[in-house]
Write a protein that binds this ligand. Sequence first.
Ligand SMILES: *Cc1c(COP(=O)(O)O)cnc(C)c1O
Length: 430
Amino acid sequence: MTEPLAFRGTDEAEAHALDANDPLATYRDRFHIPLQENAQQEARPVHYFCGNSLGLQPTAVRGYVEQELDDWRDLAVHAHFKGKTPWYSYHEVFEESGARLVGAKPGEVVMMNSLTVNLHLLMVSFYRPTADRYKILIENAAFPSDNYAVRSQIAFHGNDPADGVLIARPREGCRTIETDDILEIIETQGHEIALVMLGGVSYFTGQFFDLAKITAAAKAKGCAVGFDLAHAAGNLPLKLHEWGADFAAWCSYKYLNAGPGGIAGCFVHEDHASRVDLPRFAGWWGNDPSQRFKMHLMEDFVPHRVAEGWQLSNPSILSMAPLRASLDMFEEVGMDRLREKSLRLTGYLEHLLNAHGGSYEIITPLNAAERGCQLSIRITERAREVVDTLDQRGCVCDFREPDIMRVAPVPLYNSYYDVWVLASILGAHS
Ligand SMILES: *Cc1c(COP(=O)(O)O)cnc(C)c1O
């Protein structure tokens, strides 16, 4: 990461040379890449830039899922304890890998439910409004689900969401939010803020917030801090434990490639994970596992004193199986090496876009420390036309009306050549 990112020019040969020297290039072969629809001769893979929305399918997924189908077929109820990976404790396979992924300690992470459900469950425990401290700080252009979740929590506690939500906004004429402005809100209004809940990486602008500084400032003011890491988990190295966030949640179908609606993740800091005094919505899977099957013989809920204590139901095995296939690769590569390639790959895209110059403007921070792999690009002329051309040329990108294209070169499976193709098409459009 210390090596400067020097790219020469815009020629295709350089893209191929970068691929040839890429130490992670072989991981691309461990994903299914859809084929272009209108390829003239031989079938060609698409240039996929939507890993921020739905990650590609790892080739190993089918084997993991089939194993569970086989265990269900052959063992039925006995698979809970006698399956290849017993279902009773299946979620425990993520104890180490899940923790490493977000910079947590084993016991602080559990995979369960889906993202918005987890946000709600965690807010039950960590959004504890009082008469003079009831506000929730979120970021401008937050993902709709987060916005709805936060507002409904405020209303649930009997307050008016219009008054209860505080929004950190970009400065006049800017697209992204200054960390200093977030810190300033916390400094001046922190005494009214019950919870700071930001997206780690903005789904829209791709901005990565300074979570360490924000957490420290919020904690100093006595606010609870939680993060939605939907666009950060598997995208950037995170240090949730060290930063001291109270909780976090993320989905696993974006950068974590666990398939549509895949099981989500949840972090509860060690300081809280073992607390039994926190209010929570309880279910049998959050109970101490040694007593879980005592069923009706045990009337009182005894929370498992780790993040798993926030589980409600027995989790979907068929939804956990694909995540294993993906996390195997994250374990092999490690977030640091992945980030190293990501900085180069996204840096290359930025370099090419600047070198070509065209009717577009990058709205994601240009400082690589303030972004993950995604670049959000505003198309300033005939946006629809360029989106159609990209589509015809086999580039899968995301377009948000009226003019924002979100492009995520994913270091596990995108090539420098993918990036080169995209940039040449954009560069030719002016
Ligand atoms: C993708 C995403 C969601 C989606 O929520 P689900 O509960 O998984 O449907 C929510 N919040 C953010 C920030 C996202 O990026």
